[in-house]
Design a protein around this ligand. Structure first.
Ligand code: AKG
Ligand code: FE2
Length: 215
């Protein structure tokens, strides 16, 4: 389909945390396919609650909807292959593709994609020790008319924010249809990168379709 030998231009948006953008990485057909497969299956997102947040409702943090796209689906194998070439991480280290939809006023408050096992209990804690998230490859499948940026409030090593929905500080990446955002949650030495804190900023107008491809 011509996609296999596409050139990719990677722009570095931030070094702390490591954030890179590949414009036009997805083909229009791939973006349409992922959205159309997911549409109709979307259900409200949750989050794993930390021990300190026990009793709170996960829906306060994350108000979007989601659906898991089977990674080994025939139709997206060429895309899987290109993501593998781009990241140089074998596909066997990837999770299912998590498709997200944000309607107006929906968001995901600032969080890390890594799990610090010490902050969780039970099964979440065990899985955090068994494996963890190193890199997020984030697909922008649509462009909301307003809002919906991916915010990095600690970009450039800014201190921890007070307001976990404030997208006015640090770096805010505007969703660009077909672009792919890459950001690392761990440092090369395996330590967590605390500056990788990020936010799915409030969508103000339109719909934001996106997807997480986690390694
Ligand atoms: O919606 C975004 O821009 C970020 C979403 C996110 O961080 C996540 O789903 O873990
Ligand atoms: Fe995230």
């Amino acid at each position: 389909d011509g996609a296999a030998d596409r050139r990719v231009r990677l722009s570095t948006l931030s070094l702390w945390p490591r954030v890179l953008l590949a414009e036009d990485f997805l083909t229009p057909a791939e973006a349409e396919l992922i959205v159309s497969r997911a549409d109709g299956h979307m259900h409200k997102s949750g989050v794993s609650l930390k021990e300190a947040d026990r009793g709170k409702s996960s829906s306060d943090y994350r108000t979007s909807s989601q659906w898991s796209y089977p990674l080994w689906d025939e139709a997206i194998l060429p895309l899987d292959r290109r993501v593998q070439q781009l990241t140089r991480i074998p596909m066997t280290h990837a999770e299912q593709i998590q498709v997200l939809r944000y309607l107006p006023n929906e968001h995901y408050t600032a969080h890390h994609d890594f799990f610090d096992p010490g902050e969780y209990s039970g099964r979440d804690r065990e899985s955090g020790y068994a494996s963890n998230r190193l890199l997020t490859v984030f697909f922008y499948l649509s462009e909301p008319e307003e809002g919906g940026e991916t915010g990095f409030p600690r970009a450039g090593k800014l201190p921890q924010p007070r307001d976990f929905l404030d997208c006015s500080r640090g770096l805010a990446v505007k969703p660009q249809r077909l672009a792919v955002l890459l950001f690392y949650s761990m440092l090369p030495n395996g330590e967590f990168d605390q500056t990788s804190l990020h936010t799915g900023c409030d969508v103000k107008k339109g719909v934001k379709w996106s997807a997480n491809f986690w390694f």
